[in-house]
Design a protein around this ligand. Structure first.
Ligand SMILES: [Zn+2]
Length: 328
């Protein structure tokens, strides 16, 4: 764990160094990872410090991010350390949803489908949850079938969607690997938020930028007790067993307990037992509820939308229109 005072001073120097800096073609931005929480969160809620956000932007989406325009075609960085904010609460809620989606199709050690990792895609502006996917390496006998890969490739098959994810934010339960980060970069996703850090396959946004890519996406990690517990419990397991496989650990009881509690927390928000810090985020809860449940004309829940993972042409039912593009 790095010292926060040191981070603050590093952050300040980065901001200062970028504020007067004109990036030339040969210049590559310095990349630092600032995902450590600054305060303890309480009972599954956000810490007061909210999210430490290492934000990156590219010229193409600077406006949608509300950030200053960057040089076209040049990936540059801004650094944000938001306090508890409506955005931090939205990230917290959608991250609980991503965990809930994983929990809905929880894998046992036999892992017949794949790993306990999953993602949801949210439309910017409306907050509508438009797609979800989970790791399916095992059932498809294909090691590339990570949740993010499946979400991106299958969502972009949907009728009415274009070729990119410029208007969407991806929430995922584990920090994206470099394969997924590359795909998310090339499809120009507007933002990525993850729950648990991956010590082995993480730090991928930094890798994308250090590779000199002209575009990159902002990335943030939520700060909640669920994140802290997942990361702390995994570290304890690594020390105890000498093993390093986060996917193996995610099949175990301690990970499952955290995911169950996260789902309980989301249900508490949906039922009104858990109060929002920012009342305007009631619209987020409405979107999450509409995504999770099938309702009748008067809004009564009559079924669940989130099902065990679909495959092949069945995936079209998850599309906003229920159909794939004609060419599929
Ligand atoms: Zn991946």
């Amino acid at each position: 764990m790095r010292n926060w005072h040191m981070l603050s001073s590093m952050a300040l120097s980065l901001v200062l160094s970028l504020s007067g800096c004109t990036l030339q073609g040969e210049t590559r931005p310095t990349v630092m990872k600032l995902s450590e929480p600054t305060a303890n969160a309480v009972d599954g809620d956000m810490a007061e410090s909210g999210v430490i956000d290492l934000a990156a932007k590219s010229g193409h989406d600077a406006d949608s991010l509300g950030l200053p325009s960057g040089k076209a075609g040049q990936c540059t960085f801004t650094l944000e350390v938001p306090k508890a904010s409506a955005q931090a609460e939205r990230d917290h809620l959608y991250s609980l949803l991503a965990m809930s989606v994983v929990r809905h199709d929880w894998q046992w050690p036999e892992e017949t489908r794949g790993h306990n990792i999953g993602s949801v895609l949210v439309k910017n502006g409306t907050g509508e949850v438009v797609y979800y996917a989970r790791n399916s390496n095992r059932v498809l006998t294909n090691g590339s079938q990570h949740g993010e890969v499946r979400l991106v490739t299958n969502f972009l098959k949907c009728e009415g969607e274009g070729s990119y994810l410029k208007d969407y934010t991806l929430y995922t339960t584990l920090e994206p690997c470099i394969m997924c980060a590359g795909m998310l970069t090339m499809t120009q996703v507007s933002r990525v938020v993850y729950v648990q850090k991956d010590p082995a396959y993480g730090d991928t946004q930094e890798a994308i930028v250090n590779a000199g890519y002209p575009i990159c996406y902002p990335e943030a990690s939520v700060n909640s007790t669920f994140k802290q517990r997942l990361e702390a419990d995994f570290e304890l397991w690594r020390e105890r067993t000498g093993q390093n496989s986060i996917t193996r650990w995610l099949l175990g009881d301690s990970a499952k307990a955290v995911y169950i509690e996260a789902e309980d927390k989301l249900n508490a928000y949906l039922s009104g037992q858990e109060a929002l810090l920012f009342p305007e985020n009631a619209t987020v809860l409405k979107q999450i509820s509409d995504f999770l449940f099938i309702k009748d004309e008067v809004g009564r829940v009559i079924g669940k939308n989130v099902l065990p993972e679909h495959f092949g042409e069945e995936l079209a039912v998850q599309c906003p229109t229920g159909k794939f593009k004609a060419e599929h």
